[in-house]
Write a protein that binds this ligand. Structure first.
Ligand code: HC1
Ligand code: SF4
Length: 572
């Protein structure tokens, strides 16, 4: 242990601890901008400078290890003045459009200026104006607002294993950009939006599709259908000041109806359907010697990662479309026929925790007879903005139910939103099919939780099903390397592109205190697991609307009609 004094308080911390961490353990809150524990510990922004007795200059506490007998001041005159100058220098090059910025009131730079009492701009230098990169269907990049903290670079490289953005140039011309300054859509970006979530300011944001949705809602010729992903319902409330993990499903449905959607369906219904289709496909592959391990295909960030970085595994992907695409396809076929509506007049809007779904919905592979399954995707954040624009008092809305025919779901579907959820849902159904029983023990705890890679061998009847779960694409890459090298051997793998799964998708409410990310993920996941535990039906094959869909329309699981509408194939 190392003894030191911080602001006159004596403390003891393990060797190797940084001064920042030691201070925080004493509840001394040193400000940071670039720091991200375990991800971006680079001392770039210098906001965390402290005075160390005997040192010639101020030191960045986030990268400074403690030393025996060290005496640290975190709030001396020199420290305060240095931080103020640093902030003002950052402001001098930052485009200060707070009132119209997507991060207004949710910006770390704005918050720091307020906390540190910055009341003027002392430096007005020459500024370079950059063109805003709007080419990607998912992510908008505005270098005019970038403060060069490097957090997006580290997340993209270390957490997602992609590394498509980096520092370029020197001095005042330093930027964060792609190779050759290409648009994000021209490089191997997977549209995951994790860089948006980690950006302290508004330099990265989702491509906002609200206007297209309002336009459809205002067009009386269009039949506008909304569907909502599992993870949205346990996060949307945060945008209205509710505790993290609150289930706002009923209020969300009411809000969508008040916004003018003709029908509000539940993507959870299609998650149940995915389990039937994917479970049948898995059992078929095991029985008939098909390509194993089979890997889930519902996360579009993961699909794009697989296409760019591990395309030798494309044949391992399940041929199932992702649930929201399935629901879109069924809205324009099954539902349209039932209601006598021209599918061309149906506009399907998916409300998703995910920015990659924006890209996915435009993919040619996912059209049926030339028609898109889903016409627009908006994130949890964009839905919150629409609700605010419509001036609804969200907290006081009554609870409403999803609309019939594709609004019923089970506990298996709702847990899709957390890492391991798709696997657990699939195991519940596969186990019942293989044993011919209605099994009661259906909580598969080894696949739950935030460990980056989870593995389990599940004994079902005579078969030992070997499974693995990875979330965050860098973890997926590590898992695939193991499979490729013959170090591991599975029947079925679940991959979700975002760390934590959809609950921490690139379109979810921004967690301003990054230290709390894990805690927030756990609470959102707990919200989903609580819903599951309380639902009367917890296995996808028990969903009565799914049974009706097969009886009335699809026929067999994996049958001809199901393949036409619900499956696809990704090629190199
Ligand atoms: Fe997801 Fe999915 S779970 S991908 O994480 O399979 O986005 O929530 O909607 O489509 O159902 C996201 C969440 C979501 C799909 C489902
Ligand atoms: Fe990297 Fe994902 Fe951001 Fe693309 S969207 S730049 S892959 S973090």
């Amino acid at each position: 242990m190392v003894n030191l004094t911080i602001d006159g308080i004596k403390t003891q911390v393990p060797k190797g601890t940084t001064v920042l961490a030691a201070a925080r353990s004493l509840n001394i809150n040193i400000p940071t901008l670039c720091f991200l524990k375990d991800i971006n510990e680079v001392g770039a922004c210098r906001m965390c400078v402290v005075e160390v007795k005997g040192a010639r200059s101020l030191q960045a506490s986030c990268v400074l290890p403690v030393a025996e007998g060290m005496e640290v001041k975190t709030n001396s005159k020199d420290v305060r003045e240095a931080r103020s100058v640093i902030l003002k220098l950052i402001l001098a090059r930052h485009e200060r459009e707070c009132l119209t910025c997507s991060r207004n009131l949710n910006c770390e730079l704005q918050k720091l200026c307020e906390e540190m009492g910055i009341d003027g701009l002392d430096f007005q230098g020459e500024k370079i104006t950059y063109a805003v990169d709007t080419a990607s269907p998912s992510v908008v990049r505005d270098q005019n607002k970038c403060i060069l903290c490097g957090r997006c670079i580290s997340v993209c490289r270390n957490v997602q294993g992609t590394g498509v953005i980096n520092f370029a140039r020197r001095g005042v011309k330093t930027t964060v950009t792609t190779s050759y300054d290409k648009g994000l859509s021209e490089v191997a970006c997977i549209n995951c939006g994790q860089c948006i979530k980690i950006c302290p300011v508004g330099a990265l944001r989702e491509k906002d599709d609200r206007d297209r949705v309002w336009e459809a809602l205002d067009n009386s010729d269009m039949y506008v259908v909304a569907q909502t992903a599992p993870a949205v319902r346990v996060a949307l409330g945060e945008e209205f000041g509710m505790p993290v993990g609150t289930n706002v499903e009923g209020k969300m449905v009411s809000a969508l109806k008040r916004l003018g959607f003709d029908k509000v369906f539940d993507t959870d219904f299609a998650a149940d359907l995915t389990i039937i289709e994917e479970g049948t496909e898995l059992l078929g592959r095991i029985k008939n010697g098909g390509k194993l391990p089979m890997i889930t295909s519902c996360s579009p960030g993961w699909i794009k990662y697989c296409e760019h970085y591990h395309n030798d595994f494309l044949d391992n992907l399940s041929s199932c479309k992702s649930p929201h695409q399935m629901l879109g396809a069924l809205t324009k076929s099954y539902y349209a026929e039932k209601m006598g509506i021209d599918p061309k007049k149906i506009f399907v809007v998916s409300i998703m925790p995910c920015t990659a779904k924006k890209f996915e919905s435009g993919r040619e592979e996912l059209k049926v007879d030339g028609l898109r399954d889903v016409d627009a995707v908006i994130t949890t954040r964009e839905l919150a903005r629409m609700i605010k624009e419509a001036r609804m008092d969200f907290g006081t809305l009554e609870d409403s139910k999803f609309d019939k025919v594709m609004g019923e779901s089970t506990g298996a579907a709702v847990i899709f939103g957390a890492t391991g959820g798709v696997m657990e849902a699939a195991l519940r159904t596969v186990a019942d099919i293989l044993t011919g029983q209605d099994l009661k023990d259906i909580d598969y705890n080894p696949v739950r939780g935030l460990e980056g890679i989870k593995e389990a061998a599940v004994k079902i009847g005579d078969l030992e099903v070997k499974v693995a779960v990875a979330h965050g694409t860098a973890n997926a890459g590590k898992l695939l390397d193991k499979v490729r090298n013959g170090e591991a051997n599975y029947h079925f793998i679940e991959v979700m592109g975002c760390p934590g799964g959809c609950i921490n998708g690139g379109g979810q409410p921004i967690i301003i205190d990054k230290e709390k990310t894990e805690e927030v993920c756990k609470k959102r996941a707990q919200g989903l697991y609580t819903m599951d535990a309380e639902m009367p039906l917890r296995k996808s094959h028990k969903n009565p609307e799914i049974k009706a869909l097969y009886d009335e329309y699809l026929g067999e699981a994996n049958g001809h009609k199901a393949h036409h509408l619900l499956h696809t194939h990704y090629v190199k």
